[in-house]
Design a protein around this ligand. Structure first.
Ligand SMILES: Cc1ncc(COP(=O)(O)O)c(C=O)c1O
Length: 410
C-alpha cells in the first residue's frame, strides 16, 4: 500500500506515528455527492459529526409526514392495517443490511435497552465470565457490571495505546469459564475496527458466545453476520444510518433464539400477544421475544426511510468513500504534526478520526461558530465524515483548526 504521508509540507519527524494511508488517487464515488441535496443541514453547515448524530433526510421528513397523515386518517386502525406491516418491513430491511433473516431481528428503543434484553435473557450458567475491551462504550460494560451481584464476573482486555486492540490480545482472557465476549466492531474512542470474525472464532473455540456492539460501524463498514460468525449484535439508527433517535436493533443467531428468556419483557414478546392472557405467558419463537412494549412509530417511519438510503447506496460504497475522506484527514493532520489518536493503519481506521487536542470542547464551540460541526471526547477532537462530505470540507475543518490553534499560541 503506497504511503500517503509523503507529500506533506515538512519532513516526517515522527516516522513511527505516520499514518499509513492509501494513495490519494482518484476520488471514489463522486456520484454520491448528488445525495447532498437530500440533507437540508448540509446546505447550512459543514457537517462532520456522523458518529454522534447522522443528518435528517428529506425522505425521512416525508415519511414522518406520511405517518401523521395515517394517524389522522385511520387512528388506531392503522396499527393492524398498516403499522404492524411497517415494523415487519423495518426488521426485514435491517436483516438485509447485515445478511441476517428477518425472524432473527428485534426492534428496541435504544442500544442500552437492547443490551438489557439480551443480558436479562441469557443464562450463562457456570460460565459466568464476560470478556470485554476497556475501549468499549460504557453502556456495554454496565450491563455486566450491574449483574456482578448475580455472580457475573467481568474481565476487561486492555488496549496498550488506547487506540488499537489486536484480536490476539483477547486470547488469554477467553477461557473455559467465559460465557460471553461482548465488544464493539468499531471503538467510539478511536475509530479502530476490530476483527470480529477472529473474535468469534476465538470465543467459539472456548465454547463462549460473541456479542457485538455495532453502533459505530453499522452503515459505515460492511458486515455479513453469518460470515463473521456473530451470535448477538446490537446497533441503532442514530449515527451512520441517519435514522434518528428511538430505534435500535437486536440480531440473534437463529439457533440461539430459544435460549433467550428475557425478564426485561412485555406483551410484545408474547406468542399470544392479541389474546391478552394475563395468567399465562410464553415467548414468541422468533427474535421478537426480545421486544417489550409499543414501539415509537414516528421514529420507526423516520428510521425506515433512512435505511432505504443506505440500502440504495450500499455500505461497500460508503466505506470506500469514507475511507478516502478519513485517509485525507489523517494525512492533513500528520502534515501539521498533530497527534492522531486513531489507528495509523488505514485498514483498521474507520471514518472516526480522533485528534489529541487540549481543551477540545472549546475548539468544538469555536468551529461551530464558523458553521463546522464536529465533536469532542475528553482530550480529543472527533471528526467523522460520511459519504456526502467533500474534500473541500475536510480542507475547511483542518484550515479552521489550524487558525484556532495559531490564535491559542499567541
Ligand atoms: C458504540 C456505542 N454503543 C452504545 C451507545 C449508546 O447507545 P444508546 O444511547 O442507544 O443506548 C453509543 C452511543 O454513543 C455508542 O457509541
Amino acid at each position: 500500500m503506497p504511503d500517503l504521508s509523503a507529500p506533506t509540507r515538512k519532513p516526517a519527524t515522527k516516522p513511527t506515528t505516520r499514518p499509513r494511508t492509501r494513495s490519494q488517487g482518484s476520488e471514489p464515488h463522486t456520484d454520491l455527492l448528488a445525495w447532498r441535496a437530500e440533507f437540508p443541514i448540509l446546505q447550512r453547515k459543514t457537517y462532520l459529526n456522523s458518529c454522534s448524530l447522522g443528518p435528517l433526510s428529506l425522505r425521512s421528513m416525508a415519511a414522518l409526514d406520511r405517518f401523521q397523515d395515517l394517524w389522522n386518517e385511520h387512528g388506531a386502525q392503522a396499527w393492524y392495517e398498516i403499522w404492524m406491516g411497517e415494523l415487519a418491513a423495518l426488521r426485514a430491511k435491517f436483516a438485509q443490511l447485515i445478511g441476517a433473516q428477518p425472524h432473527e431481528i428485534a426492534i428496541a428503543p435504544s442500544v442500552s435497552a437492547a443490551l438489557s434484553e439480551i443480558a436479562s435473557g441469557l443464562d450463562l450458567g457456570d460460565r459466568n465470565k464476560v470478556v470485554m475491551a476497556d475501549m468499549d462504550f460504557p453502556t456495554l460494560a454496565y450491563q455486566w457490571l450491574a449483574r456482578e451481584r448475580e455472580g457475573i464476573e467481568v474481565e476487561f482486555v486492555e488496549s496498550a495505546d488506547k487506540v488499537t486492540l489486536p484480536a490476539r490480545r483477547f486470547r488469554t482472557a477467553i477461557d473455559q469459564r467465559t460465557g460471553l465476549v461482548a465488544t464493539s466492531r468499531v471503538f467510539y474512542l478511536s475509530g479502530y475496527i476490530q476483527d470480529v470474525a477472529a473474535l468469534a472464532e476465538m470465543a467459539h473455540a472456548q465454547g463462549a458466545l460473541l456479542l457485538v456492539d455495532d453502533y459505530q460501524a453499522t452503515g459505515q463498514i460492511p458486515l455479513d453476520v453469518k460470515a463473521a460468525g456473530i451470535d448477538f449484535l446490537v446497533t441503532g439508527t442514530l449515527k451512520w444510518l441517519m435514522g434518528g433517535q428511538g430505534v435500535a436493533f437486536i440480531y440473534v443467531r437463529d439457533e440461539l433464539i430459544s435460549r433467550l428468556r428475557p425478564t426485561h419483557t412485555g406483551w410484545w414478546a408474547s406468542r399470544d400477544q392479541f389474546q391478552f392472557k394475563t395468567r399465562e405467558f410464553s415467548y414468541r419463537d422468533d427474535a421478537q421475544r426480545l421486544e417489550a412494549g409499543t414501539p415509537p412509530m414516528p421514529s420507526i417511519y423516520i428510521a425506515s426511510a433512512a435505511l432505504d438510503i443506505t440500502l440504495d447506496i450500499g455500505v461497500e460504497r460508503v466505506r470506500e468513500r469514507t475511507r478516502w475522506l478519513a485517509d485525507d484527514l489523517a494525512r492533513k493532520a500528520h502534515a501539521r504534526d498533530w497527534t492522531l489518536r486513531s489507528p495509523l493503519d488505514g485498514a483498521h481506521r474507520s471514518s472516526i478520526v480522533m485528534l489529541e487536542m487540549e481543551r477540545p470542547e472549546e475548539l468544538v464551540k469555536r468551529l461551530s461558530e464558523r458553521g463546522i460541526v464536529v465533536d469532542s471526547r475528553p482530550g480529543l477532537l472527533r471528526i467523522s465524515p460520511n459519504f456526502y462530505n467533500t474534500i473541500e470540507e475536510t480542507d475547511l475543518v483542518i484550515g479552521a483548526l489550524e487558525e484556532l490553534l495559531a490564535q491559542r499560541a499567541h
